[in-house]
Ligand binder design. Structure first.
Ligand code: GAL
Length: 416
């Protein structure tokens, strides 16, 4: 064989393998860039690679996904949408309403998704009766992650009421640590606020955060919620502003801080650091919220594509995401719980088992509510209006809770 022929042959082979690879690729836009999140993402990447589906990574850092959604808008505007996008709640519905998403009905019907995905998730995963996204998990925001040694030093009893919570925070302060590990970013402030509002009652959470009732948004209970949020803000350290959530988790992991009020993705950081529930850290529902859950579900929305190969790769990805074995393996690492009701809890640690039991209990009792902070209570415009007021309150910009509640009612009214 002449040199030229060898060269030609290998160029052709290269071109062939490149085109084959790209047809069966999925390009995935996501915001899973922390240690725990990346570990969970690897479970997915490896699962897909094992099935011959190539992974083109498009990470956009930023907890809660705001930056990722801005990047997505730019890609779609340039007519270059990624094939699969991590997305939350109302954002999925908004993109579907724009006609941007593909259709997963075939794989959903073949695999019987209707029967195993909880209705609360189907409300976001379907549009006009058609499956448009594949839910990979259920997270919830009303959790507190406590350093076990710091809790022991503060009396050893996990708080179950607001008064007990304040007492533990005070004891941690007296012990010379930062009581509350927190990052001052709007979505993190809002995550704490989800739990504070829920602690004043599920009916109040629903009336204010989901029904957007003006009386509930601006009334006495909301004033109390803001007073509690303002009280919590007195327990953070001087450098909290702008800190990423996983760095706040690290403060609790290494004992610099006593606790973090954060969704169960925080557990992924503890596990990644080699910490075990019960021994090194304690997971509790935010005091006063046991029995109720504010949830958010990460889903992979599939954007419309123009080739059968790409559609097939999307369907394969969706099928992999929905596989019961995968849902167990992934969520064990991520800190979340499965997005289907038929996955056994054997592989989960105690916090995961509690998460699964709490979710089932809240669901059957009618105490399962979408998280405002994570896009499952109201569309982005309202969510952002809530973020603004909550962050201003956390940073001491209102005279008191009543002033913040009045500001919240008018901000939401303007955004609706
Ligand atoms: C949430 C998302 C979680 C986690 C968290 C922090 O919105 O649902 O999976 O990634 O943000 O980044």
């Amino acid at each position: 064989m002449t040199m030229m022929k060898v060269l030609k042959g290998s160029v052709a082979a290269l071109a062939l393998s490149a085109s084959v690879a790209s047809a069966a690729d999925v390009e995935v836009l996501h915001w899973w860039t922390s240690g725990g999140e990346a570990a969970a993402l690897n479970v997915l990447k490896e699962d897909l690679q094992g099935k011959g589906i190539g992974w083109v990574d498009m990470p956009v850092a930023g907890g809660g996904g705001e930056a990722a959604m801005t990047a997505l808008r730019a890609r779609v505007t340039a007519s270059d949408a990624p094939t699969a996008v991590q997305m939350l709640g109302f954002d999925i519905q908004d993109w579907a309403a724009e006609g941007a998403l593909g259709n997963l009905n075939e794989v959903a019907a073949a695999e019987g998704w209707d029967a195993v995905v909880p209705a609360a998730l189907q409300a976001f995963a379907k549009y006009d009766g058609n499956w448009i996204s594949a839910p990979v998990n259920v997270h919830s925001t009303n959790w507190v992650w406590i350093n076990k040694a710091a809790l022991d030093a503060a009396g050893g009893k996990a708080p179950t009421s607001w008064e007990e919570l304040v007492a533990v925070l005070d004891a941690m302060k007296a012990n010379g640590i930062t009581p509350l590990g927190h990052g001052g970013q709007a979505w993190q402030d809002a995550t704490v606020f989800d739990a504070v509002v829920l602690s004043l009652g599920g009916d109040f959470y629903k009336a204010s955060m989901i029904d957007l009732d003006a009386g509930a948004l601006g009334g006495a209970q909301m004033a109390e919620a803001f007073n509690r949020l303002i009280k919590l803000s007195s327990y953070v350290d001087a450098n909290f502003s702008g800190r990423d959530w996983n760095l706040a988790s690290a403060m609790v992991i290494n004992g610099e801080a006593g606790m973090q009020m954060m969704g169960d993705w925080a557990k992924g950081e503890f596990l990644k650091a080699g910490k075990a529930p019960g021994a090194d850290f304690v997971c509790i529902r935010f005091p006063g919220t046991q029995g109720s859950v504010t949830f958010n579900s990460d889903q992979f929305a599939m954007f419309g594509v123009n080739s059968d190969d790409k559609r097939a790769a999307q369907a394969q990805m969706a099928s992999s995401v929905m596989n019961p074995g995968f849902q167990s393996a992934f969520n064990v690492v991520k800190g979340s719980v499965p997005a289907r009701t038929d996955v056994p809890n054997d592989a989960f640690d105690d916090c995961g088992k509690k998460g699964m039991a709490d979710l089932a209990e809240a669901n059957s009792a009618g105490n399962l509510y979408g998280s405002m902070a994570h896009g499952h209570a109201a569309p982005a415009a309202v969510k952002n209006a809530v973020y603004d007021v909550v962050t201003a309150a956390f940073n001491g910009q209102y005279a008191d809770g009543a002033a913040a509640a009045a500001a919240l009612a008018s901000a939401v009214a303007a955004a609706k």
